[in-house]
Design a protein around this ligand. Sequence first.
Ligand SMILES: O=C(O)[C@H](O)[C@@H](O)[C@H](O)[C@H](O)CO
Ligand SMILES: [Zn+2]
Length: 291
Amino acid sequence: MKAQAIYNVPRSILGEGPVWDDRLNALYWVDIIGGKVHGLKDNRVDTVFQINDFVTCVALTSNPNYLLVTLKDRVVLVDVNARSIVKTLAKVDEPSTNRLNDCKVDAAGRLWFGSMDMNEREPSGSLYVLDPSGTVRKVLSGVTISNGIVWSLDNKFMYYIDSPTRKIMVFRFDLDKGELMNKAMDIDLSRHEGIPDGMTIDSEGYLWVAMYGGGRVLRIDPGKRVVIDEVDVPVSYTTSCTFGGDGLMSLYITTARNYPREVEREGDDGKVFIANTEIRGYTANKYLVNL
Ligand SMILES: O=C(O)[C@H](O)[C@@H](O)[C@H](O)[C@H](O)CO
Ligand SMILES: [Zn+2]
């Protein structure tokens, strides 16, 4: 399977965190370094939020006019029409050399979000959960680059990536409590090109993992822990993916430029790519807000 660049999207420095809003038929993604949330709807691109900070992840809420956005060390609620922050929902205490990174909403409407060492060396990062009530809990520490988060279709497992380990961790998951239980066997991706970054799941329960530096997205059977298919992307820094479009049958893939050395080079790196998988994805969960 091959992916193609969407011609009219801007090149991000570090494109990340794509999420499809099935209520609006819109794709959102972030440019972490550029400090932006972009939206794509009816073939039109719009910058829906911009700030002089890292914009590390975007998530849907139960109200389509509001998004959750994670910055360097905060989770904020953004009014999409006003393009501004309504309020800060949580702030985490992290070393100044850390920033937040990927996030995902679970089936109970909680936001899971993690942090990373910006030097990509120290295991100084953590994984947090923000409940709809506004309470934040730290659920894991000792993470170096917190990345992809996904739940099995029955919510009995959570899959989680700390990129430098080149593995997908598998946890038993308690959806009612929002807790990780015992760890099952990891899925080792160290024999594949690139390092595992963002991921999503399809309606058949298979994982799709963007391989940063590998220019591809792997489709993985998490039960057998094997790669069963892949999407070739014509640029190296594939960062994350999500299903969207008509019937959720297309895979949208974010990418980064080969920064900072080649920031000015022309090309498609940093754009969003699309692959027609003819496999259905799943609908993104929404964080529960009362507005
Ligand atoms: O894409 C991400 O999740 C991070 O924001 C990136 O910084 C990469 O993971 C990292 O650079 C890999 O080495
Ligand atoms: Zn990532």
